[in-house]
Design a protein around this ligand. Structure first.
Ligand SMILES: [Zn+2]
Ligand SMILES: [Zn+2]
Length: 431
């Protein structure tokens, strides 16, 4: 897709804020300390063995060690920057200069202000985060507008670094294994490495950690990169899906509903500017880790406006309000991710954890259900509207005879808040 692009308008935009957490509080947190210690541990152990397996007395050895140290520096530097700069938060109580724009924007109750387009409220940071991707416990901060590129660079270099570490540590282990043989019969061309019990444990631990990190972060990086090419993130993908879903006409829709659906018109995701431009929106230059734009107004595809997305978010909430339904719980559900295993692998695998927690419910309870996705229903008790969560459809009275009508209704109901539609809990869990 290479449609025309409407550049971002130069309307007044709020200054992105750093948030309440000071640098000190962000850095001295379990997640951040864990991330930095893991990198340091893998880095130190691997450098120790790199110097033995491929001594720096040769050009190749020198190049190998310098490359490895460079990955270490880039991983730590980008992780630090991602945490230090933060995503940019919308100032509390913000409202657009043009009051006409107010009705096209979502309002955030905890922040007591309007949400800028593409922002979401993070309950952990208790602030609206610009172009929020997710709250990352390892940087103890949200990933969003300002630190998105640092975060992606961190993922990239940590994957490269871990793969390099596995190669170095793996060869060190190999040389250590044949050290005795090589010492006796070798011609001296192969490095001889002797391991003490302590260095052996450190080596095995480094290989295990590097493999685990490489695997997890490769997966995350590929997912992120796919979104970058679509100028999207996990939350926007989800909302985009709901926008498409909202326009689907179901068999049980009545005349009025069909008319309403038709009045919505066709849906076009407004931020997709063609893959090349999408990529450049995030990766501005090799030497500059900052991302483009003011975090409030964005370039959009031709035919879309600054408010295409926000208006649809408001519509989704409206449509959902009319479609909330009362359901009865037939069986207890403990509200943990393991507890859902009894309802089959498919249900267990498709847990909507990206979009909120599970809800503990007991048989006989009455729940207000606002939406559902593949085998899961989202709802709350009338007495506790703020305590919302997911539970399997199999434990409700909706499961009966696989009635397609009920399945459809829950699938098309949209968005998360029924009573309090202004608070967004769209928060994605990190890996
Ligand atoms: Zn907020
Ligand atoms: Zn956050």
């Amino acid at each position: 897709m290479n449609a025309g692009v409407v550049e971002a308008p130069d309307w007044d935009a709020p200054q992105a804020e750093v948030g309440e957490k000071t640098v000190f509080r962000r850095m001295f947190h379990f997640g951040t300390i864990f991330a930095f210690s893991t990198i340091t541990m893998i880095g130190a152990v691997t450098t120790f063995f790199a110097l033995q397996a491929m001594p720096v007395t040769t050009y190749l050895g020198l190049f190998n060690t310098l490359c490895f140290l460079l990955w270490n520096y880039l991983t730590i530097g980008n992780l630090f920057n991602a945490s230090f700069f933060g995503p940019g938060y919308v100032p509390r109580g913000w409202k657009p200069t043009n009051s006409q724009h107010e009705k096209k924007l979502q309002f955030c109750v905890p922040c007591n202000g309007f949400k800028v387009p593409r922002s979401h409220h993070c309950s952990k940071c208790d602030r609206c985060c610009m172009k929020m991707d997710h709250h990352c416990p390892w940087i103890n901060n949200c990933v969003g507008h300002r630190n998105h590129q640092y975060f992606l660079r961190f993922l990239f270099f940590s994957v490269i670094g871990c793969i390099h570490a596995i190669i170095i540590d793996g060869s060190a282990l190999y040389y250590a294994f044949f050290a005795g043989w090589n010492q006796r019969y070798g011609d001296g061309s192969v490095p001889i490495i002797f391991l003490t019990p302590f260095s052996f444990i450190a080596l095995i631990f480094a290989i295990a950690m590097a493999s685990a990190v490489a695997l997890a972060l490769t997966f995350l990086f590929v997912t992120q990169l796919r979104y970058v090419f679509r100028n999207m993130n996990g939350i926007e993908d989800y909302i985009n899906g709901k926008s498409l879903n909202m326009r689907k006409i179901n068999d049980d829709d009545d005349e009025e509903e069909i008319e309403w659906i038709r009045s919505l018109g066709e849906w076009k995701y407004p931020y997709d500017l063609g893959w090349k431009r999408n990529f450049r929106e995030i990766f501005v230059s090799i030497f500059d880790g900052r991302t483009k734009g003011n975090g409030t107004w964005w370039p959009v595809a031709e035919g879309c406006s600054q408010f295409t997305f926000t208006i649809d978010q408001l519509l989704q909430k409206q449509s959902k309000r009319g479609r909330a339904r009362i359901i009865k719980i037939d069986q207890d559900f403990e509200g943990t991710c393991c507890a859902s295993r009894k309802y089959g692998w498919k249900i267990w695998m498709k847990q909507p954890i990206i979009d909120g927690k599970c809800l503990k419910v007991s048989a006989g309870e009455i729940i207000v259900a606002t939406r559902g996705v593949s085998g899961w229903v989202y709802g709350f008790r009338e007495s506790e509207p703020r305590n919302k969560g997911w539970f399997p459809i199999a434990i409700t009275n909706l499961k009966t005879n696989g009635d397609p009508k009920t399945e459809d209704t829950t699938t098309t109901t949209s968005d998360e808040q029924s009573t309090d539609d202004t608070v967004s809990s769209e928060e994605k869990k990190d890996v």
